[in-house]
Design a protein around this ligand. Sequence first.
Ligand code: B12
Length: 500
Amino acid sequence: MLDILLVNPLFLLEDPVEGRLMTPYFPLGLLYVAAVAREAGYSVAIFDAMFAAGDADFIATLEREQPRVVGFGVLATVRRAALRLAAYAKDSGAAVIMGGADPTARPDVYLMATTETTGGAKDRYVVDLVVVGESEATVPQLLPALLAGDVQRFEQIPGIAYRGETNEIRINERCALIKEVDALPLPARDLVDWEPYRAAWRARHGSFAMSLIATRGCPFNCAWCQKIVFGRSFQPRDPNLVAEEMHHIKTVYKPDFLRIVDDAMGIQKSWVKQWRDAVLEKDAVVPFECLSRVDLLDADIVRWLKEAGCERIALGAESGSQRVLDAMTKGSTVEQIYKAADLCREEGIQTYFYMMVGYPGEVWEDLKQSAAMLRKTRPTAFSTTIAYPMPGTAFYEQVKDHLLHETGDSGVPVQAPDWDYTAENRLLFERGQYSTFFYRRVIRWFHHEWEDALIQAGRPVSRIEQVRTTLALWRDRVLIGVLARLPGIGAKAIGWQKPA
Ligand code: B12
Protein backbone atom coordinates (compact mmCIF):
# COMPACT_ATOMS: atom_id res chain seq x y z
CA MET A 1 0.00 0.00 0.00
CA LEU A 2 1.16 3.49 -0.87
CA ASP A 3 1.19 6.21 1.80
CA ILE A 4 0.29 9.14 -0.42
CA LEU A 5 -0.73 9.62 -4.03
CA LEU A 6 -0.36 13.21 -5.18
CA VAL A 7 -2.60 14.33 -8.02
CA ASN A 8 -2.31 17.04 -10.64
CA PRO A 9 -5.98 17.22 -11.71
CA LEU A 10 -5.46 19.25 -14.87
CA PHE A 11 -6.62 17.24 -17.90
CA LEU A 12 -5.16 19.04 -20.89
CA LEU A 13 -7.88 17.63 -23.12
CA GLU A 14 -10.63 18.99 -20.85
CA ASP A 15 -9.23 22.49 -20.53
CA PRO A 16 -10.01 24.56 -23.63
CA VAL A 17 -7.47 27.26 -22.82
CA GLU A 18 -4.55 25.08 -21.75
CA GLY A 19 -5.30 22.74 -24.64
CA ARG A 20 -5.01 25.63 -27.06
CA LEU A 21 -1.85 27.10 -25.52
CA MET A 22 -0.17 23.71 -25.21
CA THR A 23 2.39 24.94 -22.69
CA PRO A 24 1.99 22.25 -20.01
CA TYR A 25 3.95 22.68 -16.78
CA PHE A 26 3.75 20.15 -14.00
CA PRO A 27 2.80 22.17 -10.86
CA LEU A 28 5.88 22.82 -8.73
CA GLY A 29 3.90 23.05 -5.47
CA LEU A 30 2.90 19.41 -5.75
CA LEU A 31 6.54 18.43 -6.34
CA TYR A 32 7.58 20.23 -3.16
CA VAL A 33 4.88 18.36 -1.24
CA ALA A 34 6.10 15.08 -2.75
CA ALA A 35 9.68 15.89 -1.78
CA VAL A 36 8.94 16.69 1.87
CA ALA A 37 6.68 13.65 2.26
CA ARG A 38 9.38 11.43 0.82
CA GLU A 39 12.04 13.04 2.98
CA ALA A 40 9.88 12.32 6.03
CA GLY A 41 9.97 8.63 5.09
CA TYR A 42 6.60 8.13 3.37
CA SER A 43 6.05 6.32 0.10
CA VAL A 44 4.87 8.76 -2.56
CA ALA A 45 3.59 8.44 -6.14
CA ILE A 46 2.07 10.90 -8.57
CA PHE A 47 -1.00 10.73 -10.76
CA ASP A 48 -0.72 13.31 -13.50
CA ALA A 49 -3.98 13.95 -15.36
CA MET A 50 -2.22 16.20 -17.88
CA PHE A 51 -1.98 13.62 -20.66
CA ALA A 52 -4.37 11.05 -19.19
CA ALA A 53 -7.20 9.82 -21.38
CA GLY A 54 -9.84 10.25 -18.67
CA ASP A 55 -11.04 9.28 -15.21
CA ALA A 56 -10.49 5.59 -15.96
CA ASP A 57 -6.72 6.15 -15.78
CA PHE A 58 -7.11 7.59 -12.30
CA ILE A 59 -9.32 4.71 -11.15
CA ALA A 60 -6.75 2.23 -12.47
CA THR A 61 -4.01 4.08 -10.57
CA LEU A 62 -6.06 3.91 -7.36
CA GLU A 63 -6.51 0.17 -7.82
CA ARG A 64 -2.84 -0.38 -8.56
CA GLU A 65 -1.33 1.83 -5.87
CA GLN A 66 -3.95 1.47 -3.11
CA PRO A 67 -3.00 4.86 -1.60
CA ARG A 68 -4.00 5.57 1.98
CA VAL A 69 -3.98 9.31 1.39
CA VAL A 70 -4.72 11.11 -1.88
CA GLY A 71 -3.64 14.76 -2.13
CA PHE A 72 -4.70 17.18 -4.85
CA GLY A 73 -2.95 20.43 -5.85
CA VAL A 74 -5.68 22.75 -7.04
CA LEU A 75 -6.04 26.06 -8.87
CA ALA A 76 -9.48 27.56 -9.47
CA THR A 77 -9.75 26.33 -13.04
CA VAL A 78 -9.32 22.67 -12.05
CA ARG A 79 -11.60 22.66 -9.01
CA ARG A 80 -14.31 20.64 -10.74
CA ALA A 81 -11.94 17.98 -12.02
CA ALA A 82 -10.27 17.75 -8.61
CA LEU A 83 -13.59 17.21 -6.82
CA ARG A 84 -14.71 14.69 -9.41
CA LEU A 85 -11.54 12.63 -8.94
CA ALA A 86 -11.78 13.08 -5.17
CA ALA A 87 -15.07 11.15 -5.18
CA TYR A 88 -13.28 8.10 -6.70
CA ALA A 89 -10.50 8.44 -4.17
CA LYS A 90 -13.04 8.47 -1.33
CA ASP A 91 -14.71 5.40 -2.82
CA SER A 92 -11.36 3.63 -2.67
CA GLY A 93 -11.24 4.27 1.07
CA ALA A 94 -8.39 6.81 1.01
CA ALA A 95 -8.30 10.02 3.02
CA VAL A 96 -8.57 12.98 0.63
CA ILE A 97 -6.69 16.24 1.12
CA MET A 98 -6.45 19.33 -1.05
CA GLY A 99 -3.90 22.14 -1.17
CA GLY A 100 -2.87 25.04 -3.38
CA ALA A 101 -4.11 28.57 -4.01
CA ASP A 102 -7.80 27.86 -4.50
CA PRO A 103 -8.45 25.55 -1.53
CA THR A 104 -6.43 28.02 0.56
CA ALA A 105 -8.65 30.91 -0.56
CA ARG A 106 -11.94 29.10 0.03
CA PRO A 107 -11.51 25.90 2.05
CA ASP A 108 -15.26 25.79 2.76
CA VAL A 109 -16.07 25.21 -0.93
CA TYR A 110 -13.91 22.08 -0.86
CA LEU A 111 -14.84 20.83 2.59
CA MET A 112 -18.54 21.18 1.88
CA ALA A 113 -18.37 19.53 -1.55
CA THR A 114 -20.35 16.29 -1.63
CA THR A 115 -20.86 13.55 -4.16
CA GLU A 116 -23.80 15.63 -5.34
CA THR A 117 -21.37 18.40 -6.29
CA THR A 118 -19.51 15.86 -8.37
CA GLY A 119 -22.58 14.60 -10.20
CA GLY A 120 -23.98 11.82 -7.98
CA ALA A 121 -26.40 11.62 -5.06
CA LYS A 122 -25.56 13.71 -1.99
CA ASP A 123 -24.45 10.95 0.29
CA ARG A 124 -21.00 11.95 1.49
CA TYR A 125 -18.30 14.58 1.55
CA VAL A 126 -15.46 14.11 -0.90
CA VAL A 127 -12.69 16.10 0.82
CA ASP A 128 -11.51 15.34 4.34
CA LEU A 129 -9.12 18.17 4.84
CA VAL A 130 -7.59 21.25 3.24
CA VAL A 131 -3.98 22.31 3.75
CA VAL A 132 -4.03 26.08 3.98
CA GLY A 133 -1.11 28.08 2.58
CA GLU A 134 2.51 27.02 2.30
CA SER A 135 2.54 23.36 3.20
CA GLU A 136 6.06 22.02 3.73
CA ALA A 137 5.89 22.49 7.50
CA THR A 138 2.34 21.13 7.77
CA VAL A 139 2.60 17.97 5.68
CA PRO A 140 5.11 16.08 7.89
CA GLN A 141 2.89 16.77 10.92
CA LEU A 142 -0.31 15.90 9.12
CA LEU A 143 0.62 12.62 7.44
CA PRO A 144 1.18 10.61 10.64
CA ALA A 145 -2.20 11.74 12.00
CA LEU A 146 -3.96 10.93 8.72
CA LEU A 147 -2.31 7.54 8.35
CA ALA A 148 -3.20 6.67 11.93
CA GLY A 149 -6.77 7.90 11.36
CA ASP A 150 -6.29 10.08 14.43
CA VAL A 151 -8.74 12.95 13.84
CA GLN A 152 -8.36 14.09 17.46
CA ARG A 153 -4.89 15.31 16.59
CA PHE A 154 -6.17 17.65 13.84
CA GLU A 155 -6.77 20.39 16.41
CA GLN A 156 -3.05 20.66 17.06
CA ILE A 157 -1.84 20.70 13.48
CA PRO A 158 -1.20 24.19 12.12
CA GLY A 159 -2.19 25.12 8.55
CA ILE A 160 -5.20 22.85 8.07
CA ALA A 161 -8.96 23.28 7.67
CA TYR A 162 -11.39 20.44 8.34
CA ARG A 163 -14.95 19.65 9.45
CA GLY A 164 -15.59 19.37 13.16
CA GLU A 165 -17.95 17.00 14.93
CA THR A 166 -21.06 18.81 13.76
CA ASN A 167 -19.57 19.40 10.32
CA GLU A 168 -18.71 22.98 11.19
CA ILE A 169 -15.63 24.27 9.39
CA ARG A 170 -12.57 24.61 11.54
CA ILE A 171 -9.55 26.52 10.31
CA ASN A 172 -6.41 26.20 12.40
CA GLU A 173 -3.83 28.93 12.55
CA ARG A 174 -1.35 28.77 9.71
CA CYS A 175 2.26 27.76 10.03
CA ALA A 176 4.64 30.70 9.93
CA LEU A 177 6.08 31.14 6.44
CA ILE A 178 9.23 29.11 5.98
CA LYS A 179 12.34 31.20 6.61
CA GLU A 180 14.78 28.39 5.90
CA VAL A 181 13.79 27.95 2.28
CA ASP A 182 17.25 26.57 1.56
CA ALA A 183 16.62 23.64 3.87
CA LEU A 184 13.73 22.46 1.69
CA PRO A 185 14.38 19.44 -0.51
CA LEU A 186 14.42 20.00 -4.26
CA PRO A 187 11.07 19.43 -5.98
CA ALA A 188 10.65 15.69 -6.70
CA ARG A 189 10.90 15.98 -10.48
CA ASP A 190 12.02 12.37 -10.71
CA LEU A 191 8.45 11.24 -9.96
CA VAL A 192 7.06 12.78 -13.15
CA ASP A 193 7.06 11.21 -16.60
CA TRP A 194 8.44 14.09 -18.67
CA GLU A 195 8.33 12.36 -22.04
CA PRO A 196 4.76 13.39 -22.97
CA TYR A 197 5.62 16.94 -21.85
CA ARG A 198 8.71 16.98 -24.00
CA ALA A 199 6.78 15.59 -26.97
CA ALA A 200 3.86 18.03 -26.60
CA TRP A 201 6.14 21.05 -26.23
CA ARG A 202 8.41 20.10 -29.10
CA ALA A 203 5.50 19.26 -31.42
CA ARG A 204 3.90 22.65 -30.88
CA HIS A 205 6.75 25.00 -30.04
CA GLY A 206 9.90 23.22 -31.14
CA SER A 207 11.34 23.45 -27.63
CA PHE A 208 10.62 21.84 -24.26
CA ALA A 209 10.23 24.01 -21.16
CA MET A 210 10.30 23.17 -17.46
CA SER A 211 9.82 25.38 -14.43
CA LEU A 212 11.74 26.40 -11.33
CA ILE A 213 11.19 28.75 -8.40
CA ALA A 214 14.07 30.86 -7.10
CA THR A 215 12.35 33.25 -4.68
CA ARG A 216 8.99 32.92 -2.96
CA GLY A 217 6.50 35.73 -2.52
CA CYS A 218 6.18 39.36 -3.51
CA PRO A 219 5.94 42.40 -1.22
CA PHE A 220 3.96 44.53 -3.67
CA ASN A 221 0.28 45.16 -3.41
CA CYS A 222 -1.57 44.85 -6.73
CA ALA A 223 -5.23 44.90 -5.73
CA TRP A 224 -6.22 41.97 -7.97
CA CYS A 225 -3.35 39.64 -7.07
CA GLN A 226 -4.28 36.68 -4.91
CA LYS A 227 -1.38 36.42 -2.49
CA ILE A 228 -3.14 33.80 -0.52
CA VAL A 229 -0.29 31.32 -0.16
CA PHE A 230 2.79 33.45 0.45
CA GLY A 231 1.22 36.76 1.51
CA ARG A 232 3.26 39.90 0.95
CA SER A 233 6.46 38.15 1.92
CA PHE A 234 9.75 37.69 0.12
CA GLN A 235 11.93 34.62 0.67
CA PRO A 236 14.87 34.37 -1.71
CA ARG A 237 16.70 31.07 -1.96
CA ASP A 238 20.47 30.99 -1.87
CA PRO A 239 21.45 32.00 -5.43
CA ASN A 240 24.11 29.28 -5.45
CA LEU A 241 21.58 26.57 -4.68
CA VAL A 242 19.28 27.90 -7.39
CA ALA A 243 22.15 27.75 -9.88
CA GLU A 244 22.91 24.19 -8.73
CA GLU A 245 19.28 23.21 -9.29
CA MET A 246 19.46 24.73 -12.77
CA HIS A 247 22.59 22.73 -13.51
CA HIS A 248 20.87 19.58 -12.26
CA ILE A 249 17.81 20.21 -14.44
CA LYS A 250 20.04 21.01 -17.39
CA THR A 251 22.05 17.80 -17.14
CA VAL A 252 19.28 15.38 -16.09
CA TYR A 253 16.18 16.57 -17.96
CA LYS A 254 17.80 18.62 -20.72
CA PRO A 255 15.01 21.14 -21.29
CA ASP A 256 15.47 23.72 -24.04
CA PHE A 257 13.97 26.41 -21.90
CA LEU A 258 13.15 27.25 -18.27
CA ARG A 259 10.30 29.22 -16.86
CA ILE A 260 11.27 30.86 -13.58
CA VAL A 261 7.94 31.22 -11.85
CA ASP A 262 8.89 33.76 -9.17
CA ASP A 263 6.27 36.46 -8.76
CA ALA A 264 8.78 39.19 -9.58
CA MET A 265 12.42 38.90 -10.56
CA GLY A 266 14.59 41.76 -9.28
CA ILE A 267 12.99 42.47 -5.91
CA GLN A 268 16.53 42.38 -4.47
CA LYS A 269 19.04 43.73 -6.93
CA SER A 270 22.06 42.20 -5.19
CA TRP A 271 20.42 38.76 -5.39
CA VAL A 272 20.17 38.98 -9.17
CA LYS A 273 23.87 39.81 -9.44
CA GLN A 274 24.90 36.93 -7.16
CA TRP A 275 22.65 34.54 -9.00
CA ARG A 276 23.99 35.56 -12.40
CA ASP A 277 27.56 35.01 -11.12
CA ALA A 278 26.63 31.57 -9.75
CA VAL A 279 24.85 30.52 -12.94
CA LEU A 280 27.88 31.42 -15.04
CA GLU A 281 30.35 29.87 -12.62
CA LYS A 282 28.43 26.57 -12.40
CA ASP A 283 27.83 26.29 -16.12
CA ALA A 284 24.10 26.36 -15.41
CA VAL A 285 22.92 28.61 -18.22
CA VAL A 286 19.64 27.45 -19.73
CA PRO A 287 17.65 29.92 -21.85
CA PHE A 288 14.86 31.14 -19.60
CA GLU A 289 11.97 33.50 -19.13
CA CYS A 290 10.89 35.16 -15.93
CA LEU A 291 8.28 37.55 -14.62
CA SER A 292 9.13 40.99 -13.34
CA ARG A 293 7.73 44.43 -12.69
CA VAL A 294 8.48 47.46 -14.83
CA ASP A 295 9.66 49.42 -11.79
CA LEU A 296 12.21 46.76 -10.81
CA LEU A 297 14.14 46.68 -14.06
CA ASP A 298 17.21 48.82 -14.55
CA ALA A 299 20.12 48.53 -16.98
CA ASP A 300 22.20 46.38 -14.58
CA ILE A 301 19.45 43.91 -13.79
CA VAL A 302 18.47 43.52 -17.42
CA ARG A 303 22.10 42.93 -18.42
CA TRP A 304 22.69 40.37 -15.63
CA LEU A 305 19.51 38.56 -16.57
CA LYS A 306 20.62 38.46 -20.18
CA GLU A 307 24.02 37.08 -19.17
CA ALA A 308 22.34 34.39 -17.08
CA GLY A 309 20.37 33.23 -20.13
CA CYS A 310 17.21 35.32 -20.05
CA GLU A 311 15.45 35.43 -23.40
CA ARG A 312 12.12 36.80 -22.38
CA ILE A 313 10.71 38.89 -19.54
CA ALA A 314 7.00 38.89 -18.83
CA LEU A 315 5.88 42.19 -17.36
CA GLY A 316 2.60 43.12 -15.75
CA ALA A 317 2.11 46.28 -17.78
CA GLU A 318 -1.69 46.02 -17.28
CA SER A 319 -2.72 49.43 -18.65
CA GLY A 320 -1.48 52.50 -20.45
CA SER A 321 -3.46 54.71 -18.12
CA GLN A 322 -1.94 55.94 -14.88
CA ARG A 323 -5.42 56.35 -13.44
CA VAL A 324 -6.08 52.62 -13.91
CA LEU A 325 -2.66 51.60 -12.58
CA ASP A 326 -3.35 53.70 -9.49
CA ALA A 327 -6.81 52.18 -9.08
CA MET A 328 -5.08 48.77 -9.09
CA THR A 329 -2.59 50.04 -6.45
CA LYS A 330 -0.02 48.73 -8.88
CA GLY A 331 2.72 50.98 -7.54
CA SER A 332 4.31 51.58 -10.94
CA THR A 333 3.97 54.18 -13.66
CA VAL A 334 3.19 54.22 -17.36
CA GLU A 335 6.54 55.97 -17.80
CA GLN A 336 8.26 52.92 -16.30
CA ILE A 337 6.53 50.64 -18.82
CA TYR A 338 8.10 52.61 -21.65
CA LYS A 339 11.49 52.54 -19.97
CA ALA A 340 11.36 48.80 -19.24
CA ALA A 341 10.41 48.04 -22.86
CA ASP A 342 13.36 50.12 -24.07
CA LEU A 343 15.82 48.51 -21.67
CA CYS A 344 14.82 45.01 -22.77
CA ARG A 345 14.94 45.94 -26.44
CA GLU A 346 18.44 47.39 -26.04
CA GLU A 347 19.62 44.20 -24.35
CA GLY A 348 17.96 41.96 -26.95
CA ILE A 349 15.47 40.46 -24.49
CA GLN A 350 11.95 39.78 -25.68
CA THR A 351 9.09 41.28 -23.73
CA TYR A 352 5.70 39.78 -22.97
CA PHE A 353 3.11 42.15 -21.53
CA TYR A 354 0.19 41.09 -19.39
CA MET A 355 -2.60 43.54 -20.10
CA MET A 356 -5.87 43.87 -18.24
CA VAL A 357 -9.14 45.47 -19.31
CA GLY A 358 -12.41 46.01 -17.53
CA TYR A 359 -10.95 47.02 -14.19
CA PRO A 360 -13.46 49.03 -12.11
CA GLY A 361 -13.32 52.71 -12.96
CA GLU A 362 -11.71 52.19 -16.36
CA VAL A 363 -13.35 54.29 -19.08
CA TRP A 364 -13.02 54.55 -22.84
CA GLU A 365 -10.25 57.13 -22.58
CA ASP A 366 -8.13 54.70 -20.53
CA LEU A 367 -8.57 51.96 -23.12
CA LYS A 368 -7.36 54.34 -25.81
CA GLN A 369 -4.26 55.03 -23.72
CA SER A 370 -3.62 51.28 -23.39
CA ALA A 371 -3.85 50.86 -27.16
CA ALA A 372 -1.47 53.79 -27.63
CA MET A 373 0.96 52.30 -25.12
CA LEU A 374 0.98 48.96 -26.96
CA ARG A 375 1.67 50.81 -30.19
CA LYS A 376 4.57 52.75 -28.76
CA THR A 377 6.22 50.04 -26.66
CA ARG A 378 5.68 47.21 -29.19
CA PRO A 379 6.20 44.27 -26.81
CA THR A 380 7.30 41.06 -28.53
CA ALA A 381 3.99 39.51 -27.49
CA PHE A 382 1.17 40.24 -25.07
CA SER A 383 -2.08 38.85 -23.75
CA THR A 384 -5.08 40.66 -22.37
CA THR A 385 -7.26 39.48 -19.52
CA ILE A 386 -10.72 40.74 -18.69
CA ALA A 387 -10.28 41.59 -14.99
CA TYR A 388 -11.60 38.86 -12.69
CA PRO A 389 -11.89 39.23 -8.93
CA MET A 390 -10.32 36.37 -6.99
CA PRO A 391 -11.51 35.88 -3.41
CA GLY A 392 -9.11 37.24 -0.84
CA THR A 393 -8.15 40.30 -2.89
CA ALA A 394 -8.99 43.99 -2.44
CA PHE A 395 -10.47 43.94 -5.94
CA TYR A 396 -12.87 41.17 -4.90
CA GLU A 397 -13.97 43.15 -1.87
CA GLN A 398 -14.61 46.11 -4.15
CA VAL A 399 -16.95 44.32 -6.55
CA LYS A 400 -18.32 41.40 -4.55
CA ASP A 401 -21.81 42.90 -4.41
CA HIS A 402 -21.88 43.20 -8.17
CA LEU A 403 -20.92 39.67 -9.12
CA LEU A 404 -22.77 38.01 -11.97
CA HIS A 405 -24.22 34.53 -12.01
CA GLU A 406 -24.04 32.12 -14.87
CA THR A 407 -27.44 31.34 -16.31
CA GLY A 408 -28.58 27.89 -17.36
CA ASP A 409 -30.54 27.11 -20.50
CA SER A 410 -33.76 28.21 -18.83
CA GLY A 411 -32.27 31.60 -18.05
CA VAL A 412 -32.24 30.85 -14.32
CA PRO A 413 -28.97 31.41 -12.47
CA VAL A 414 -27.46 27.99 -11.90
CA GLN A 415 -24.38 28.68 -9.89
CA ALA A 416 -22.63 31.32 -7.90
CA PRO A 417 -20.08 33.34 -9.82
CA ASP A 418 -17.09 31.15 -10.09
CA TRP A 419 -13.54 31.20 -11.24
CA ASP A 420 -13.56 28.00 -13.22
CA TYR A 421 -13.79 30.11 -16.33
CA THR A 422 -11.32 32.84 -15.47
CA ALA A 423 -9.11 31.77 -18.30
CA GLU A 424 -11.97 32.12 -20.75
CA ASN A 425 -12.07 35.88 -20.42
CA ARG A 426 -15.61 36.59 -19.23
CA LEU A 427 -16.57 39.62 -17.26
CA LEU A 428 -17.60 38.31 -13.85
CA PHE A 429 -19.03 41.48 -12.36
CA GLU A 430 -21.29 44.27 -13.46
CA ARG A 431 -20.01 47.62 -12.41
CA GLY A 432 -18.52 49.51 -15.25
CA GLN A 433 -20.28 50.37 -18.45
CA TYR A 434 -19.36 47.51 -20.69
CA SER A 435 -20.00 43.82 -21.30
CA THR A 436 -17.82 40.82 -22.05
CA PHE A 437 -18.71 41.25 -25.70
CA PHE A 438 -17.29 44.77 -25.69
CA TYR A 439 -14.05 43.77 -23.96
CA ARG A 440 -13.51 40.86 -26.31
CA ARG A 441 -13.70 43.33 -29.19
CA VAL A 442 -11.27 45.60 -27.36
CA ILE A 443 -8.82 42.72 -27.11
CA ARG A 444 -9.00 42.15 -30.87
CA TRP A 445 -8.58 45.85 -31.50
CA PHE A 446 -5.47 45.95 -29.23
CA HIS A 447 -3.99 43.14 -31.27
CA HIS A 448 -4.53 44.90 -34.55
CA GLU A 449 -3.10 48.18 -33.20
CA TRP A 450 -0.02 46.30 -32.03
CA GLU A 451 0.40 44.34 -35.26
CA ASP A 452 0.06 47.50 -37.29
CA ALA A 453 2.65 49.23 -35.11
CA LEU A 454 5.08 46.35 -35.62
CA ILE A 455 4.62 46.57 -39.37
CA GLN A 456 5.10 50.34 -39.30
CA ALA A 457 8.31 49.77 -37.35
CA GLY A 458 9.65 47.53 -40.09
CA ARG A 459 8.48 43.98 -39.34
CA PRO A 460 8.80 42.19 -42.67
CA VAL A 461 5.38 41.10 -43.96
CA SER A 462 3.88 40.42 -47.34
CA ARG A 463 1.94 43.20 -49.02
CA ILE A 464 -1.26 41.15 -48.64
CA GLU A 465 -0.75 40.74 -44.91
CA GLN A 466 -0.04 44.43 -44.55
CA VAL A 467 -3.29 45.34 -46.32
CA ARG A 468 -5.22 42.77 -44.30
CA THR A 469 -3.90 44.20 -41.03
CA THR A 470 -4.68 47.76 -42.06
CA LEU A 471 -8.24 46.82 -43.03
CA ALA A 472 -8.79 44.85 -39.82
CA LEU A 473 -7.47 47.76 -37.79
CA TRP A 474 -9.75 50.29 -39.42
CA ARG A 475 -12.74 47.97 -39.06
CA ASP A 476 -11.90 47.54 -35.35
CA ARG A 477 -11.40 51.24 -34.80
CA VAL A 478 -14.78 52.08 -36.29
CA LEU A 479 -16.58 49.26 -34.52
CA ILE A 480 -15.01 49.86 -31.12
CA GLY A 481 -15.57 53.60 -31.45
CA VAL A 482 -19.28 52.96 -31.97
CA LEU A 483 -19.53 50.31 -29.23
CA ALA A 484 -17.72 52.55 -26.76
CA ARG A 485 -20.48 55.09 -27.15
CA LEU A 486 -23.18 52.48 -26.62
CA PRO A 487 -22.57 51.49 -23.02
CA GLY A 488 -24.75 48.83 -21.49
CA ILE A 489 -24.46 46.28 -24.24
CA GLY A 490 -25.91 43.94 -21.67
CA ALA A 491 -24.09 41.27 -19.78
CA LYS A 492 -27.26 39.21 -20.31
CA ALA A 493 -26.42 38.92 -23.97
CA ILE A 494 -23.63 36.47 -23.16
CA GLY A 495 -25.45 34.34 -20.63
CA TRP A 496 -24.57 36.02 -17.36
CA GLN A 497 -26.99 37.92 -15.22
CA LYS A 498 -27.11 39.62 -11.89
CA PRO A 499 -28.87 37.48 -9.31
CA ALA A 500 -32.31 38.63 -8.19
C1 B12 B 1 3.63 29.47 -12.51
C2 B12 B 1 2.18 29.85 -12.42
C3 B12 B 1 1.36 29.46 -13.45
C4 B12 B 1 1.86 28.65 -14.63
C5 B12 B 1 2.10 27.19 -14.29
C6 B12 B 1 1.06 26.61 -13.38
C7 B12 B 1 1.49 25.27 -12.92
N1 B12 B 1 0.75 24.28 -13.27
O1 B12 B 1 2.52 25.15 -12.29
C8 B12 B 1 0.74 28.87 -15.67
C9 B12 B 1 1.15 30.01 -16.57
C10 B12 B 1 0.35 27.69 -16.54
C11 B12 B 1 -0.40 29.33 -14.78
C12 B12 B 1 -1.69 29.35 -15.20
C13 B12 B 1 -2.73 29.78 -14.41
N2 B12 B 1 -2.64 30.42 -13.23
CO1 B12 B 1 -1.02 30.62 -12.27
N3 B12 B 1 0.48 30.96 -11.22
C14 B12 B 1 1.70 30.60 -11.32
C15 B12 B 1 2.52 31.17 -10.15
C16 B12 B 1 3.22 32.44 -10.64
C17 B12 B 1 3.53 30.26 -9.51
C18 B12 B 1 3.00 28.88 -9.12
C19 B12 B 1 4.05 28.14 -8.35
O2 B12 B 1 4.70 27.27 -8.87
N4 B12 B 1 4.26 28.53 -7.09
C20 B12 B 1 5.28 27.95 -6.22
C21 B12 B 1 4.72 26.79 -5.39
C22 B12 B 1 5.79 26.27 -4.47
O3 B12 B 1 3.65 27.31 -4.61
P1 B12 B 1 2.19 26.69 -4.68
O4 B12 B 1 1.91 26.18 -6.02
O5 B12 B 1 1.25 27.63 -4.09
O6 B12 B 1 2.30 25.38 -3.73
C23 B12 B 1 2.40 25.46 -2.32
C24 B12 B 1 1.05 25.47 -1.60
O7 B12 B 1 0.00 26.05 -2.34
C25 B12 B 1 0.78 24.05 -1.27
N5 B12 B 1 0.24 23.11 -2.23
C26 B12 B 1 0.15 23.16 -3.55
N6 B12 B 1 -0.36 22.02 -4.04
C27 B12 B 1 -0.62 21.23 -3.00
C28 B12 B 1 -1.14 19.93 -2.93
C29 B12 B 1 -1.30 19.33 -1.68
C30 B12 B 1 -1.85 17.96 -1.60
C31 B12 B 1 -0.92 20.01 -0.50
C32 B12 B 1 -1.08 19.39 0.81
C33 B12 B 1 -0.41 21.31 -0.59
C34 B12 B 1 -0.24 21.90 -1.82
O8 B12 B 1 2.07 23.59 -0.98
C35 B12 B 1 3.03 24.15 -1.89
C36 B12 B 1 4.34 24.33 -1.16
O9 B12 B 1 4.19 25.14 -0.04
C37 B12 B 1 1.38 31.49 -9.13
C38 B12 B 1 1.67 32.58 -8.15
C39 B12 B 1 2.39 32.02 -6.95
N7 B12 B 1 3.23 32.82 -6.39
O10 B12 B 1 2.24 30.89 -6.51
C40 B12 B 1 0.20 31.78 -10.04
C41 B12 B 1 -1.19 31.43 -9.54
C42 B12 B 1 -1.13 30.09 -8.85
N8 B12 B 1 -1.95 31.30 -10.78
C43 B12 B 1 -3.15 31.74 -10.70
C44 B12 B 1 -4.09 31.73 -11.77
C45 B12 B 1 -5.34 32.55 -11.57
C46 B12 B 1 -3.82 31.01 -12.93
C47 B12 B 1 -4.80 30.82 -14.09
C48 B12 B 1 -6.21 30.48 -13.66
C49 B12 B 1 -4.70 32.08 -14.95
C50 B12 B 1 -5.64 32.11 -16.10
N9 B12 B 1 -6.69 32.88 -15.97
O11 B12 B 1 -5.40 31.46 -17.08
C51 B12 B 1 -4.14 29.67 -14.87
C52 B12 B 1 -4.70 28.29 -14.48
C53 B12 B 1 -3.88 27.18 -15.06
C54 B12 B 1 -4.39 25.84 -14.75
N10 B12 B 1 -5.35 25.39 -15.52
O12 B12 B 1 -3.94 25.19 -13.82
C55 B12 B 1 -3.45 32.26 -9.30
C56 B12 B 1 -4.23 31.22 -8.48
C57 B12 B 1 -5.67 31.52 -8.38
C58 B12 B 1 -6.43 30.38 -7.79
N11 B12 B 1 -7.10 30.63 -6.67
O13 B12 B 1 -6.45 29.30 -8.31
C59 B12 B 1 -2.01 32.52 -8.76
C60 B12 B 1 -1.88 32.38 -7.24
C61 B12 B 1 -1.59 33.95 -9.21
C62 B12 B 1 -2.24 35.05 -8.41
N12 B12 B 1 -1.52 35.66 -7.52
O14 B12 B 1 -3.40 35.39 -8.58
N13 B12 B 1 0.05 29.74 -13.57
